[in-house]
Design a protein around this ligand. Structure first.
Ligand code: PHE
Length: 326
């Protein structure tokens, strides 16, 4: 018995310990057998032997429990050592990849680049003239409200749309023009479908008067939308923008329900995808273009990406959550 207790103290692992326990306390363990033999004793001898065995049993249980705790602790330390992870490291099976907003921009720009559109990238900080005035947006227009626009102290502002690229381009180049201008824009907005920064793509085509018509605009945009979304129905809905006249908004049949009506298209069967129109004469006047006609269009990249990749919360695009990218 004493020998077994010494062995318990020297046990190297829980398995060994369990094995010793069986040898002592199991069905044929030394203690079990010794207790069984008590029945052969009588009187004082029996009492004494029973006391002895009880003391031995208690001693065994004490030593066993101590050792068990010690081994458990050791085992945990070993595990911690072996399974140590550096949580600041990226797991090696995450591959970097292009964000889906940028993928969408690439997809769209590629389409127009094939049609010989020139790609323009301009500054995000604009002045009142380029962002509003030259685009026929008068000073009393609600878009100029502090509610919508981020202003700097020096009357500069963060562009609220990509349309100022139209003005910059016409100020520095002469027609014919075919440009596409992707980039970030900023508005004071934050909810399920709006973030303070998002991306637009602007298109502008200008040539001698009469050479660019609404029919050209319609043809290009219909082909473009079907290039991205496949065989959808498309409709042009009369609308208003200060910088185009006439203006239209373009809808496509809902890509989720096929036009039957669902939550995403608000049961209308249609999804609005872009704004467009013939460039307003006042815009040409503000840059000194004469005897020209042209069309322009603008679209929200995130909206395209939401519809294309079936994402329902715009904010998830910008929350740095890698699960989305995966
Ligand atoms: N700039 C407009 C907007 O931000 C979109 C647009 C661009 C509409 C060009 C017509 C022509 O909503």
């Amino acid at each position: 018995m004493q020998n077994l207790i010494t062995q318990i103290n020297q046990a190297q692992n829980l398995q060994e310990l369990e094995h010793l326990k069986v040898q002592i306390n199991g069905k044929k363990g030394v203690l079990t057998l010794a207790f069984a033999q008590l029945k052969d004793l009588q009187g004082e001898a029996k009492k004494q032997k029973a006391q002895e065995l009880n003391t031995a049993k208690q001693e065994f249980e004490r030593v066993f429990e101590l050792k068990k705790q010690e081994l458990l602790h050791q085992e945990m330390l070993q595990k911690l050592e072996q399974e140590k992870i550096d949580i600041t490291l990226f797991s090696s099976n995450h591959q970097g990849r292009v964000h889906y907003v940028n993928l969408m921009i690439e997809k769209i720009v590629d389409y127009f680049a094939l049609l010989n559109f020139e790609i323009k990238n301009k500054t995000l900080i604009e002045d009142d003239f380029h962002n509003f005035e030259a685009l026929n947006i008068p000073s009393f227009h609600p878009a100029r409200d502090m509610q919508d626009t981020f202003y700097f102290a020096d009357s500069k502002l963060l562009r609220t749309h990509t349309s100022p690229v139209q003005i910059h381009t016409m100020q520095t180049q002469s027609f014919p023009l075919r440009i596409i201008a992707p980039g970030a824009v900023f508005r004071r907005d934050y909810d399920l479908t709006h973030t303070p920064m998002f991306h637009q793509i602007e298109g502008l085509v200008v040539d001698q008067k009469g050479k660019v018509t609404f029919a050209n605009l319609k043809f290009i945009l219909e082909n473009f939308i079907r290039h991205i979304f496949g065989a959808v129905e498309i409709r042009f809905r009369s609308s208003f923008f200060p910088f185009t006249e006439p203006s239209a908004e373009v809808d496509m049949s809902c890509v989720f329900c096929g036009g039957d009506g669902c939550r995403i298209c608000s049961q209308t069967g249609w999804l609005e995808v872009l704004g467009c129109g013939m460039v307003n004469q006042n815009v040409f006047d503000s840059v000194g273009y004469e005897n020209v006609s042209g069309y322009a269009f603008g679209l929200g990249v995130e909206r395209f990406a939401m519809l294309y990749y079936a994402v329902n919360d715009l904010r998830s695009f910008f929350e740095m959550d890698l699960r989305g990218l995966k």
